[in-house]
Design a protein around this ligand. Sequence first.
Ligand code: DON
Length: 569
Amino acid sequence: MPLGTTPNKFMGHVFLLLISMCLFACTEQVDEAQLLSTPTVRQAAVAMPDSYSADVAKDILQKGGNAVDAAIAAQFVLAVTLPEAGNIGGGGFMLVYKDKKSDFIDYREQAPLSSHRDMYLDENGDVIPYQSVIGILASGVPGTVAGMWLAHEKYGSLPWKELVEPAFNLAEQGFKVHPKLAQSIERYIARLEKRGFDVNFKDYFAGAKADQLFKQLELADTLKRIRDQGRDGFYKGQTAKIISDFMRKEKGLVTEQDLLSYEAKSRTPISSNWREYQLLTSPPPSSGGIAIIQWLKMYDLITRDQQKLTHNSAAYLHLLAEIGKRVFADRAEYLGDPDFVEVPVVSLISDEYIAMRSQTILRDSISVTELVKPGLKESEQTTHFSIMDKWGNAVSNTTTINLGYGSGVVVEGAGFLLNDEMDDFSSKPGVANVFGAVGGQANEIQPKKRMLSSMTPSMVLKDGEVSFVTGSPGGTTIISSVYLSILNALEFSMSAEDVVNKPRFHHQLLPKDVIRYHDGVDPAVISELEQMGYIMSKRRFGDMQVILNHEGKIDAASEGNGRGKSIVF
Ligand code: DON
């Protein structure tokens, strides 16, 4: 694996802009109830990326629905009110903790049956710019409706129709467009036009104006079929015909057969002890669970005999960047869809392996990027929400169409945006995708395979009770957002508000020695790191939504820059 090669598919500013759009489903922080003082009262909480999903999720919980019911209803609402990431044309992961049992619903998109390894390469073997990111060829087979249906069959307590109805109403009757959304749509249209991308996004979304009602009637019809026919309302019958006819007309790849054979899967979450806690997190095809466990365990091992590092000091950022180099070297080599490649999960998070990996970490200088190899011997819009019900059940759900507004293509007649998730595959070994992530054989394109993801819905349990629910959008930076949120909450005892708003940072091996950081890191820390040799690059991180449970006292927060809303009630 040529891990040291320079990524040549990192497509510069336009994608940084697209990614930054995708980071924020955008947050107006409204805590309707302050923390109640009696820990015995079982509170419920939602931390959502917009106010519509927050209100509907709260409503479902107040009607007696459980956390999974609320999550399903919220997912459909987001498909209407958060078009940059909420979806029925994409996929995601739902981590469930219910009645003290955990489950992981994998509704990640699958590569179409006619896809193949070299589909994004030209005759010289070079990656064709943008083809896996914008336009009809960028989409994997959507998994969201199948995922919600599976979650409903396993855990739902309210009728399916009641869960889809709020989304249908918002699409049919319209919703008032948040000014941040209107602005984001305007910017996206301007970018598409500037780059000359010929997609139909504008035809569907140019009418979404700040503070005005925006109706989506084709989407409403699609949601009505899903409401009335369940899973079949998407993967069979009229919706399936509309999608496949559209694909044929536009020379896309998704066929009736692709839709019919799509499968959401229930997988065993990764569970690992860490300190006095149990970490419950995302297994492959997410890379995030393995990564956050490696990160947190190496951090503890290296700092165990020392004074606690100061939060966001140069020493703290450097140590976590050094660990990140190793985590991402492993990610690129070993991780892919577990239905296609054997992922050595147990080895990668074992204490022996972590100890061995920690040995080469340098505390005062930067390891040479090219020398950081995978360690085993043998060889910008996603959105996240967190929900906890009054019974202590919880859902951590991250969902995406990949970049903000996905492929930019709306299925004509069905009114929903298609994902551009195919870019999460490795189009060519060693060539970086839009998030700068490289990969090899484990993540090459194969029909029906799921592309490797960084989405990492996670929870931390203590004595069988959920003490923290976390997750974020942000491409590969998701992984850093999640482990940093765990350190913020449990190492630095922050409030939920601080957990989501303290500046985060990220290093992923490549680009070489680059630490991406969020505005707000102390300038003195930045110059210290620059003097060490780091290239410091400012950017936004994902719109994080967390819930903290301090022995019955619930604290929830949505990141301040977004348009999210958290409610404790
Ligand atoms: O699954 C993944 O890792 C990416 N498709 C996530 C994309 C994302 O977070 C974009 N938002 N900023």
